[in-house]
Design a binder for this molecule. Sequence first.
Ligand code: PEP
Length: 248
Amino acid sequence: MARKLAAGNWKMNGTTAELSEVAALTAAISDATCEVLLCPPATLISRMADMAQGTGLKIGGQTCHSEASGAHTGDISAAMLYDAGASHVILGHSERRADHGETSEQVAGQSAAAQAGGLIAIVCVGETEAERDANVTLNVVGTQLAESIPDDCDLSKLVVAYEPVWAIGTGRTPTIEQIAEVHDHMRSALTERFGQGADDIPLLYGGSVKPSNAADIFAVSNVDGALVGGASLKAEDFGGIVSALSQA
Ligand code: PEP
C-alpha cells in the first residue's frame, strides 16, 4: 500500500449524471504519484470500478457491516463491496457515529470484517468542537483510535483519518500546529501499541480540505494525505488536491 493517499468521500451524493466527473478525474490524475481513491454511494461502486479499470483510480465504500452476511436489512458487507470492485472502505466516519450511533467498538468489528473481506479499512476519528474547547482532543482521539482498531489488525490494510467533527463541511480547518499535534500523537500511540510496523500506516487529515489549503496541510509532519468530502465531488477540485499531494 502506498503511503500517500488522496481519498474522496461522496457521501450521499451522486447518480448516473455525476459519473462524468469520474471520467474527468481519471484524466486529471494520470500523472499522480500518490494513491487516489473515490468512495461513492454503494449504488455507483460497480460502475465507477469499471470506469477506473486501467487508470490509477481506486474505488471504495463508505461503511460496511461487522457480519459477513445475514439478516441486516439495508446493510452492506465487506464481501459485497469487494465483489462490486471496491478496494477500501471508510469506517467510523463522524456522520455514521452521529447519525447511526456507531460506537468505536462497532467500528473495530467493522474494521476486522473489512480486512477479512479483502478491503483496506480507513478508520476515522476526531473530536467535536466542545471537546476541543475543553482541551480533551488528544484524549478523545487517542481513545477512539485505541477502541476502533482491533488488536489483531493487519497494519498493511489500515489507514487512519483524523477528522475534527467541527471542520467537516464547515470551511473551517484547525491550524497547522493543531493538525501536527494530533497526527504526531496518533503516530506515537500507534507505534506504542503495534511497534515499528505502525510507521507505514497512512495518516490522513480530513475536514474542509481544498486545492487552496492542501499544500500547507500536506507539508505537516505525519500527514500522508487527505480524506476529502465536498471538494471530491468535482474533478477539477479533487484533481488540484491530488496534484498538491503528488508534489508534497
Ligand atoms: C468528510 O466528510 O470526510 C470531509 C472531510 O468533508 P469535507 O471535506 O466536506 O469537510
